[in-house]
Design a protein around this ligand. Structure first.
Ligand code: GEK
Length: 246
């Protein structure tokens, strides 16, 4: 992913009197690569491993989906990981400015697979003949009541042996563990150059927008849908990436 160093995230650096809910608008899109890299510990590792995991599970003649693709970092990893013939990638996001800019990034790379960028709500899309599906920090923005339906839809549209890579910010049932991981994440953001004001204003803007589940809730939802394997393959503080195999 190409990051324009001039586009540093300073969105929450000035004191705001009334806090608007966070949304993926033009301002966020302009600084998004810097924002996500400095907010999500381990993001780059997860993005690079998506290529590796894709290469192990992609099936010939199948579809790969990047749901909530933003600027296409995971899409580009999927493109690089595809080592089978006649594959098709669908990268989907419901933010118009994200999809527009995503197209310009994806166009920089060559892929034997056909890539289609679609501006749509992932609640409304159809999934079929899938071997690799990525939800990289997207499910947490979906209304909690709709999450089970999306995981079931993913399972039903997936071929046997196909995989879901699900990365999320999570909460812990144990209060001490929750506090510890929250504090570690706070220090990470502070070391990344975010001020206390930026951290607290972003937290307020994300309230009721980013709603985290526990690892147990994700595992239960995935196994109840029918997936035969659930593995938490990556964890850094309160950010995890899980692998489900059909
Ligand atoms: C990455 N995966 O760089 N339908 C479609 N898209 C949605 C929906 C929805 N209902 N809700 C939110 N989004 C990316 C990072 S960011 C994570 C994903 C973050 C989209 C939203 O527009 C945004 O682009 C993305 O999900 C979440 O690997 O910013 O923490």
């Amino acid at each position: 992913m190409i990051v324009d160093q001039k586009n540093k995230d300073r969105i929450f650096s000035i004191k705001q009197n009334s806090m608007k809910q966070f949304c993926f608008d033009d301002n966020v899109v302009q600084v998004f690569p810097d924002m996500i890299a400095r907010s999500v510990p381990g993001y780059e590792v997860i993005i690079s491993m998506i290529e590796d995991i894709t290469s192990q599970y992609v099936q010939s003649g199948s579809n790969c989906y990047d749901l909530g693709c933003s600027l296409g970092a995971a899409t580009i990893s999927i493109m690089h990981g595809i080592n089978k013939k006649n594959c098709h990638i669908y990268a989907i996001d419901n933010s118009i400015p994200m999809i527009k800019k995503c197209q310009s990034y994806v166009d920089l790379y060559h892929s034997p697979a056909k890539v289609n960028l679609i501006c749509s709500d992932i609640n409304n899309i159809e999934i079929k003949n899938a071997s690799v599906i990525v939800l990289n920090f997207t499910l947490q923005f979906i209304k909690p009541d709709n999450r089970k339906k999306i995981i079931n839809k993913i399972y039903n549209g997936m071929n046997k042996g196909g995989i879901l890579i699900l990365s999320e910010k999570v909460i812990f049932k144990d209060e001490k563990q929750q506090k510890l991981n929250e504090n570690l994440h706070y220090s990470f953001k502070s070391h990344q150059g975010y001020s206390n004001l930026e951290i607290s204003q972003k937290r307020s803007a994300l309230e009721n927008v980013l709603i985290s589940d526990s690892i147990e809730t994700h595992e239960d939802r995935i196994l109840t849908a029918g997936f035969r394997t659930f593995e938490m393959w990556f964890k850094c503080y309160n950010f995890v990436s899980m692998l489900a195999i059909k």
